[in-house]
Design a protein around this ligand. Sequence first.
Ligand SMILES: C[S@@+](CC[C@H](N)C(=O)[O-])C[C@H]1O[C@@H](n2cnc3c(N)ncnc32)[C@H](O)[C@@H]1O
Length: 925
Amino acid sequence: MNSGESESESSNSGSEDKSTIIHKILGEMKSEFNSPRADDAPNTNDEEKPRIILSFKKPASDESPPVGGRRSLRYKNPEEKPELKRSARRRSKDCSESVLQSAIARKEKSYNESNKPQRLTRQLKPTQKILENLALAKMEKSRFFECEESERLVRKHKHKHNKCRRLKRAKLGQGDSEKETDSDEGGCRRPRSENVDEGEELEGAKDTCLCRRRTKFFLATNEETAYCAAVDSIDDKLIGCGRTVATKDLMLLRPSTRVPYTIFCDLHKSRLLRHNCCPTCGIFCTQGRFVQCENKHQYHKDCQSEVDCCPHCGISGISYQVDIVMQLGKKPVFLPVQKAQYITARMTFSTLKTEESKCMTPPLIPIGSFEFDNSFEYGDEVYEMNELIVAVKNNALEKIATILGSKTLDVNSKIPECQDGTILHIAAEKGNVSIVHMLVVAGTQTDVYDKDQNTPLMAAVMAANNETVRYLIKTGADIHLKGTDGMTALHLAAKCGNLHACQLLVDNSPRKAVNCQDDGGWTPLVWACEHGYGDVATFLINKGADPSVRDVEHNVALHWAAFSGSCHIAGLLLDKGCDVNAVNAHGDTPLHIGARQDMYDCNVVLLARGADVTLLNKNNESPLDCVPAGGDTYSVIALNVTLGGAYNSQNVVLCNDITKGRESNPIQCYNSVDNATNPNDFKYVTKNCITSDDVKIEAKITDLQCCQCEERCVTDDCQCGKLSLRCWYDEEGKLIPEFNFGDIPMIFECNDRCQCNAITCNNRVVQKGPNQRFELFKTLDKGWGIRTLRPISRGSFICEYIGEIITDSEADKREDDSFLFDLENRVCKNEDVDSYCIDAKFYGNFARFINHSCNPNLTSVKVFIDHQDLRFPRIAFFANRDISNEEELSFDYGEKFWLAKYKLFSCLCGSLECKYSEDTIGMRT
Ligand SMILES: C[S@@+](CC[C@H](N)C(=O)[O-])C[C@H]1O[C@@H](n2cnc3c(N)ncnc32)[C@H](O)[C@@H]1O
């Protein structure tokens, strides 16, 4: 096949710049492998072998279906069904550790994202006392310095060389990272107005402030712990400390008489000693811009009087503005234990984004009915887990608070009476959001499994405690976790008919989990159909549930709707393009199932929508053979048989799945044209393969350019996006509207070396494989072809062109050239370097059956995933326009193909723009 399609040409001409950029980025790729122009190919043969020439494009993906146990639609009554043994997932220690790690990571992340520190520290408003002190200090200062004015002028003169203020940076160690020298002592002078009888000096220094003074005052408390009441000024925000202070060390201190006595932790004491606490307002100068005197005493600019003078030592004239930065060795990780220390903090939900939920639920204020104040007496009592369980079961909030506050229990310990779940499982099942909240705040992990492989979220879903479901989702519970039989919380919600929970789960799923399959291959939609929950089925379909997804027994959702006899759901599925005569692994159509279940109403709907009464299953049974004789269902099917209402009776299913289970969705083979049997003269593969040593792909993982994105690769910083010029995929995995099908970039998807999350990453589409529904069918005049069983929107990924990677010279030797796809990686004509093709003749996927059209609905795009060797792009087809149900898929083979083939046959695409028909090909040769 030869070059020449217009898209290809424009793509090539435009690709030089992009190639240059990509070369620059990759830094190691040779220019000769870029900008491959089909016309530049060395033409060593007059009779050149035809190649299909690229016109590059791609779509969305979903989780690949798990395999495992299944139920069978062969059994009329559920009781007849053999009990399913689906994979019993055993959780290992590693698994639980990773759950913990990810829970911590999520909490950290949500903390960082929310940028609201109040759950971790207390953010305080200045008290009335502090404000009064500020005003008082200003007045005192101005009075005091009136009489100091003349002295100040002398000192000013003395230090005139330092008069211009300098900006300098200081670093303040949050721990003991910085040991400041005490060289400031010498310069301290006592202002006349200060009370010298405050107490004994801490280190004998004669400061005018009281930063270094001991006092005779101690805090009297019966509590085991006291908390530091220091207030830090951090970037103009006031943050309370709250560290614990040993009760044996409760000396009350203050930096001046203007501020109240306070309890300080060791850290704040040492900073007080170093004059880091402003004597005017009593707030520590912790991070931000402050003023520092010559003696390294720090205070706030606003706390300075109009006369430039240090409120610590009174020295005037020599002051600097300093930028203080907290010096932390590493990012703080707030573990539940640490959070639990802040027992005086009011529990709040303010750090969570309160997105408008579609469900009408009241705002989430879990503690609404409960005032959790710090007057609880925890005492020395040691509690048993049983007491907590009883308290949770009885909704005894105060008791729960007391037990949790005592910290005598491991809130994550497994409870044998509760299937080895935790106390959070019990609370989630019980459904009191306040209790769930208290447990979460007390450090209970949300993503733990019980023996039945249910998480607390799943327990809440099954118990229909939807406020708890909402709370747990917002708190970061992982909604994608799979439990028994590979079921997610959404599967369970659909199975239970819990519409509200379905809404919460779907609306909070970053990449829609709506088509996720469990071990039996069932989607949430299948569960809703099986149990006849019309509202849930409608909701899921509206949210993009695919009615054509097959389970492991090849049933589609319509089989399950027929099983439950839900005519409303059956109609809905048929409206969405579900095939009324879809056949499962036993050859049963939905009508066979509906007949066996004696579902009259539903069978009427199926018959009215074209169900074929003549189709035989693998036991040679027609639907009429399956129905109990004598009833209404028998009559209605018998009537249709009598009337000869066989619909599409010409259609013959030759094979249920040409992929033999290798694709996530089976592909049936239909032939209603002739007697040809299904094509099986090739090996179905889903990855390109190599059969010769002549093909060597540079695929070292260490050579891969990769990204450092934390999660989803949605920002411009994603390195893989930059390689592709930008990320071309939207949230659903479709090419964005800006993607220019006339000037196609190469796409570099995220790879195994990237940091991002493989499930939620936006830049992974082709690697997840095809997820649409297709059918192999016999065309009237072009042999086999591929058509879609449902509408496909523009930009969707269809499939890759998969086959055997061979060298050009090998391709030239091959007899059948109908399946060669030229990788367009030919180097300069003069160089004797081989280039490559993909041959799908012997090894291939269903793309090998896609025919040519001069007005194609697919465009091919070069994609790189597991290697970045530009000689071997993966060829991905994307819909270049909306494609309707049952439309044949096609791409442009390119001029090279037709120049080689026109003597044998001409193009039968039938489009008005056809360039290679019998009539038009002459104009091109
Ligand atoms: C890659 S195969 C496509 C699958 C093929 N129809 C089959 O039955 O295996 C390419 C071959 O399909 C046929 N073909 C594809 N598109 C065609 C078209 N527009 N007109 C005529 N023949 C076409 C040609 O025989 C061509 O060599």
